[in-house]
Design a protein. Structure first.
Lengths: 563, 403
C-alpha cells in the first residue's frame, strides 16, 4: 500500500533532526512535523533577547516567547502552569526542568556541553548491585562499546571541540577517534583554579580538571564561525558558533525532507495488524489533518513523547510509558576569591571535574560532575544585585562605585554540580485532566529525587565546599537547604529502552516492542542517566536508530562516521 | 616562490622559512586591520540590526583567521630553530606592491570591504581550486586588473619547504636543541607542534596548510572558504541595493609619522593625537614581537619561567593593548589631508635592538621599556581619546605595574 511518506518524524529537536537528515540523505521521503512556529531569523531572536526588558511581551531570559505558539503549542519554558504537578508535603518534590517547542527544540538555549556516558553508566545494576542501589536501576540493553562509534559520529555531526588526550580513556571508556576540532581554551578562571586544586584529594578522590567537550566551534567548522566569546550561549548564540539542531533541520530539508511547522501531533493510530501508519495533527488554525507513513518516529522529548503515546494508546503494552522520569539535580554554589578572575567572558563554562562521576561509592549514592563556571554570580543576580547593594547600602557613587563594582564582580566564582538521578517508578509523566487551546491534555508530572540521589547531592555540596576552601574563597554560599536543587534541563526516562517487552517500551534499536514500525528517539529512552549532559548521547542514539530504520526501509543510509 | 625549486641546503631552507614567516606575519596584520575596522555598534551608523549580526559573525571569523596566522608564524619559528636558525620577525612595512612577493597581490592595510576581501581570498587560494568556485568571475569587479588573479600560492612555498625537510639528511638537519622548542605548555596556542625531527616538522607544516593558505584541497572550512563566503554575503547585500556600510572609514596604509622613516610608501597620520596613539601602538607591537622572538630563540630549560612569563605577557598584549588601541584609532580622525577618514595602526616596525641572550638583561630591558610605554600611555589617556584607546592605555599601565 502506497503511503504519503516513507517516514514521518514527530519533532525537530536534535534527535528528530539527525534522523531526518540521515534518512533524507539516503533517499527516503521524509516529513518532519513540528508543533512550534517557524523560527524567525537568528538575528531577530537575538534582537528579542537584547530588547527583552523594554518589551512587555518578553522576559529577559527568553527570546523565544511567541504568543501564537504559546497558545497552540505551549511549553513549560514560557507557560506557567503547563505542568500539572500535584502538591506534595515534600517541598522538593517538584520537576523543575523545562523545554522549548520549536524547530530545533531546546538546543536553541542549551549550554552545548557534550560529555559521554561512562562504561559503567550502561551497567549500573550489574556493576553496583547491592542493597543500597535503588530497586528500579537497570542495565542498558546496549554497552558503551556498542554506542562508541556513534558517539564519534555524533561528535562529527554536531562539531564537538575537545581534548582527545584528556578524555581518551576516562573511567575505562576509551575514545576511538579524536574530536573533530581542538578544545575550547580554558578560561583564565579555569587555569587559576586548576593551579590550586589539580592533584589535590578530597576523601580519597583526586581532583583533575579537564576541558569540557562542547558542541561549540573552536575553529571554522561546517560553515559556522568559531566561538567569539559573546557569553550569551544561554539563551542564544548570536553567531551560530554553538551547535543547535536547526543545523540538521536545514541539512535534512536540503536533502529533500519536508518540514511542516505549526502542526501539533495529536494521535498515532494503531492498525489491526499492530503497525502504526496514520499520524493525526492539528494546525494552529484548528484544522485536523493526517498523513501516513511506512515508519513513524517520535522525537518529541521525554515529556511530549510519552504524552503523545498515552493520548494515542500505543506502545504501552508494558504499562510503562511515562515511568522513570529523570533529570540531573543541579546546584550552584558561590564564593569570592582573593584575586581577580574576570568572569563574564567566553562560554559560561569551559572546564569541569569528572573525578566524582564513577567509583564504588555508586553502590550507595549517586555520582556527579562538577563545572567551573565563567559567569560570576549571575545566578544570584550579579552584577545588578551588586550595584543595588553598593549604591543603596554602601552609598557609593561615581568612580568609587565603579572601582568597588569592578573589584567585587571580577572576583566572583560559581562552582556547580550535576548529580545523577536514579530511576524511580513513582516519578512519572501521565495525562492531566486539563487541556490546552487545541484540546490536547497537559502533562501531569510526579517527581521526587531518591535518597540515593540526595546522598549524591550532599556529597557534591561537601566537595564544592572543599574546593572553595582550596582556592581560598570567602563569603562561600553552599545554600542553606541541603536538599534544594535546580533542574538541569536534562529531561530523560519515560520510554525506557530494554530487552524485556514487559518492563520497557522500546528495544535496543529504539523500536517499540509493540509496533515494529514505530521508533522512539530522544532522552526518553534512557534507562539510567549517569551524570553527564545527555545531548550527545541523544544524538548518538538517534544516528544509530537512523541506521536501523534505513535498514528496515531498505535505503542505503551511509554514516559519515563509519567505513 | 622566490627561491630555488629544489632545496639543496640548510641555507636554502632557512631562507624559505624567513619568507614564510614574513608572509604569515604580514598577512596577519592585514587581517587584523580589516577586523579593527568593523563597526561594533549600530550607533556608528550604516547598518541595521540584522546587518550588525552579520558584522559580528564576520569579525569572529576574521579575528580567528588572524589568530591562526599567528599560530602559523609560531610554527614557522619552531621549524626554524629546529634546524639551527633564529626566529625571524622582521617584515617590510606596509604597503608592499604585488611584485614584492610572488603572490601577485598587494600587502596592504585596508579597511574591511570587497577590495580587502578580494586580496584575502587571493592570499588563501588553495592549490587545487574547485572549478565550481568560478573565482575569476567572482573577483573580477570594478575594473580590477584581471592578471592579478594569476598568482603563485603560499601552498607552493610550503610544498617547497616540506620538500627540504624531506630531502635533506635528517641526522644533519635537526641541530636545534629539543628543549628550545615552544610547546602549548609555554604559550597558549593549542596546536603548537614541537619540531625535533622530520616527522614533527611535516606535522607542523601540515597544521599550517590544513588550516588555511596553501591547503591543497578547496574546503569551505578553510580560511579561503570563509573569506569567499563573507565576500559573497557582502556582494549580495550590495547587489540588493543595501546602504550597508559595515566598516569604519579607516585610511589606507597609515604610519605613525613621517619622521619614523618606515621606508614604505605609507600615509603618515596627520592628526597629532592619533599619530601619538599610532606610535604607542607600534612600540607596544614591537616590544611584544621581541619578547616572543626571545622566547623562541633561547633554550627553555635554562629560562623556563621567564620564557613562560614573556609568552604570557606578549599574548596578553594582543587582546588587552593592541586590539583596543587598534579599534580606537579607527575612531580618531586621520587629519586634514584625509577628509572623512579615520586613522589606524600602521604596524610599523622601526629600528630597535633585539633582546639580548642574557635572561636577566632581557628582563631588565623589557621592564624599562614597559615603564616608558606606560608613561606615554598615561599621558595619552589624559587627553580626550576614544574609550577603546583609554582601555588599551590602562591595560598597558597595569601590565607594566605587574611585570
Amino acid at each position: 500500500m502506497k503511503r504519503d511518506f516513507d517516514v514521518v518524524i514527530v519533532g525537530s529537536g536534535v534527535a528528530g533532526a539527525m534522523v531526518a537528515y540521515r534518512l533524507a540523505k539516503a533517499g527516503a521521503s521524509v516529513l518532519i512535523l513540528e508543533s512550534g512556529i517557524k523560527n524567525p531569523s537568528r538575528s531577530k531572536m537575538v534582537g528579542d533577547y537584547v530588547t527583552a526588558i523594554a518589551n512587555p511581551g518578553k522576559s529577559l531570559h527568553s527570546p523565544f516567547i511567541n504568543a501564537e505558539a504559546d497558545i497552540n503549542a505551549p511549553s513549560p519554558d514560557v507557560s506557567l502552569g503547563y505542568y500539572d504537578q500535584p502538591t506534595s508535603s515534600d517541598p522538593h518534590a517538584t520537576f523543575k526542568s523545562t523545554y522549548e517547542r520549536r524547530t530545533g527544540g531546546s538546543t536553541w538555549h542549551w549550554l552545548g556541553h557534550t560529555p559521554r556516558l561512562l562504561r559503567s553508566d550502561f551497567r549500573m545494576k550489574s556493576t553496583f548491585r547491592g542493597k543500597d542501589l535503588p530497586a528500579d536501576v537497570v542495565d542498558w540493553p546496549i554497552s558503551y562499546d556498542d554506542l562508541e562509534p556513534w558517539y564519534c559520529d555524533a561528535e562529527h555531526e554536531m562539531g564537538v571541540a575537545g581534548s582527545h588526550d584528556e578524555w581518551k580513556d576516562l573511567f575505562n571508556s576509551p575514545r576511538s577517534k579524536p574530536f573533530p576540532m581542538s578544545m575550547i581554551w580554558p578560561s583564565f578562571s579555569d587555569i587559576w583554579i586548576t593551579d590550586r586544586i589539580d592533584g589535590r584529594e578530597f576523601e580519597g578522590i583526586k581532583y583533575k580538571v579537564r576541558s569540557t567537550p562542547s558542541a561549540r566551534n573552536s575553529q571554522l567548522y561546517d560553515g559556522r564561525p568559531p566561538c567569539a566569546g559573546n557569553s550569551i550561549c544561554v539563551p542564544i548564540c548570536p553567531i551560530g558558533a554553538k551547535y543547535d539542531a536547526s543545523v540538521h533541520v536545514g541539512k535534512a530539508v536540503a536533502a529533500g525532507a519536508l518540514l511542516w511547522e505549526q502542526c501539533v501531533v495529536s494521535k498515532v493510530d494503531k492498525e489491526a495488524d499492530g503497525s502504526v501508519h496514520n499520524v493525526h495533527f492539528i494546525t494552529y488554525g484548528h484544522s485536523a489533518r493526517s498523513v501516513t507513513a511506512d515508519i513513524v518516529v517520535i522525537a518529541a522529548n521525554a515529556i511530549e513523547t510519552p504524552k503523545l503515546l498515552l493520548m494515542s494508546g500505543v506502545a504501552n503494552s508494558s504499562g510503562r510509558v511515562g515511568w522513570y522520569l529523570m533529570d540531573h539535580l543541579s546546584k550552584s554554589t558561590f564564593g569570592i576569591v582573593p584575586e581577580r578572575l574576570f568572569p563574564f567572558r567566553g562560554p559560561p563554562s569551559t572546564s569541569g571535574i569528572e573525578s566524582f562521576r564513577d567509583g564504588d561509592f555508586r553502590k550507595s549514592r549517586a555520582g556527579f560532575r562538577v563545572s567551573l563556571n565563567n559567569d560570576g554570580w549571575s545566578r544570584k543576580g550579579a552584577p545588578y544585585s551588586e550595584i543595588i547593594d553598593l549604591v543603596g547600602n554602601q552609598k557609593k557613587i561615581g568612580a568609587e562605585l565603579q572601582q568597588a563594582l569592578f573589584d567585587r564582580v571580577s572576583r566572583q566564582v560559581r562552582l556547580s554540580c550535576s548529580v545523577e538521578v536514579s530511576p524511580d517508578a513513582k516519578n512519572r509523566v501521565e495525562l492531566s485532566g486539563t487541556t490546552d487551546a487545541l484540546g490536547l491534555q497537559h502533562p501531569k508530572i510526579t517527581f521526587a529525587p531518591s535518597d540515593y540521589s540526595y546522598a549524591g547531592l550532599a556529597q557534591a555540596t561537601k566537595t564544592l565546599g572543599n574546593m572553595f576552601s582550596l582556592i581560598g574563597a570567602t563569603e562561600v554560599d553552599l545554600g542553606a537547604d541541603p536538599k534544594a536543587y535546580d533542574g538541569a534541563g536534562h529531561i530523560m526516562g519515560t520510554c525506557r529502552m530494554g530487552d524485556d517487552p514487559k518492563a520497557s517500551v522500546v528495544d535496543a534499536q529504539l523500536r517499540s516492542h509493540d509496533h515494529r514500525n514505530l521508533f522512539i528517539v530522544g532522552g526518553s529512552v534512557f534507562p539510567t542517566v549517569g551524570s553527564p549532559n545527555p545531548t550527545l548521547t541523544i544524538a548518538a542514539l538517534a544516528l544509530r536508530a537512523a541506521h536501523d530504520i534505513s535498514t528496515q526501509l531498505g535505503t542505503k543510509e551511509r554514516s559519515q562516521g563509519h567505513a | 616562490m622566490s627561491s630555488p625549486q629544489t632545496i639543496q641546503s640548510r641555507g636554502d631552507l632557512l631562507k624559505l622559512l624567513c619568507e614564510a614567516a614574513e608572509l604569515e606575519h604580514g598577512i596577519a596584520c592585514s587581517y587584523l586591520y580589516a577586523g579593527f575596522s568593523l563597526k561594533r555598534d549600530i550607533s556608528e551608523g550604516g547598518m541595521t540590526w540584522d546587518e550588525q549580526q552579520k558584522v559580528r559573525r564576520w569579525a569572529a571569523q576574521i579575528y580567528f583567521v588572524a589568530s591562526q596566522e599567528m599560530l602559523h608564524l609560531a610554527l614557522v619559528w619552531n621549524l626554524t630553530t629546529a634546524i639551527g636558525g633564529t626566529p625571524y620577525y622582521l617584515r617590510p612595512n606596509f604597503p608592499q606592491d604585488s611584485k614584492y612577493y610572488p603572490l601577485h597581490a598587494r600587502l596592504a592595510l585596508e579597511p574591511f570591504g570587497l577590495k580587502s576581501l578580494r586580496r584575502f581570498i587571493l592570499y588563501e587560494r588553495p592549490q587545487n581550486l574547485s572549478p565550481q568556485r568560478e573565482l575569476k568571475r567572482l573577483l573580477a569587479f570594478e575594473g580590477e586588473d584581471a592578471e592579478e588573479i594569476e598568482f603563485g600560492s603560499i601552498g607552493e612555498l610550503y610544498a617547497l619547504i616540506e620538500s627540504g625537510f624531506r630531502n635533506l639528511d635528517e641526522k644533519d638537519l635537526f641541530i636545534g636543541s629539543p628543549t628550545q622548542q615552544i610547546t602549548s605548555e609555554m604559550i597558549h596556542f593549542q596546536e603548537m607542534v614541537p619540531v625535533t625531527d622530520r616527522l614533527s616538522a611535516i606535522k607542523a607544516i601540515e597544521t599550517i596548510t590544513e588550516q588555511g593558505e596553501g591547503i591543497s584541497q578547496d574546503r569551505d572550512d578553510s580560511h579561503f572558504g570563509a573569506f569567499v563566503a563573507i565576500f559573497k554575503e557582502l556582494l549580495d547585500c550590495k547587489e540588493h541595493g543595501s546602504n550597508f556600510s559595515p566598516a569604519r572609514p579607516a585610511m589606507l596604509n597609515p604610519s605613525a609619522g613621517r619622521e619614523r622613516g618606515y621606508g614604505a610608501d605609507s600615509n603618515p597620520i596627520e592628526d597629532p593625537l592619533a599619530s601619538q596613539v599610532a606610535g604607542l601602538f607600534d612600540s607596544a607591537y614591537s616590544l611584544m614581537l621581541r619578547m616572543l622572538a626571545w622566547s623562541f630563540e633561547f633554550d627553555a630549560v635554562q629560562a623556563r619561567d621567564q620564557v613562560k612569563h614573556f609568552c604570557g605577557v606578549a599574548i596578553d598584549f594582543m587582546p588587552r593593548v593592541l586590539l583596543p588601541m587598534g579599534e580606537g584609532l579607527m575612531l580618531m580622525p586621520a587629519g586634514e589631508k584625509f577628509p572623512g577618514k579615520t586613522a589606524g595602526p600602521g604596524f610599523g616596525l622601526t629600528r630597535h635592538v633585539m633582546l639580548p641572550p642574557d635572561a636577566k638583561n632581557a628582563l631588565l630591558l623589557c621592564k624599562e621599556r614597559l615603564q616608558e610605554l606606560a608613561e606615554i600611555a598615561a599621558r595619552i589617556a589624559s587627553n580626550h581619546v576614544p574609550d577603546p584607546v583609554k582601555r588599551g592605555c590602562a591595560h598597558l599601565q597595569q601590565i607594566s605595574k605587574t611585570f
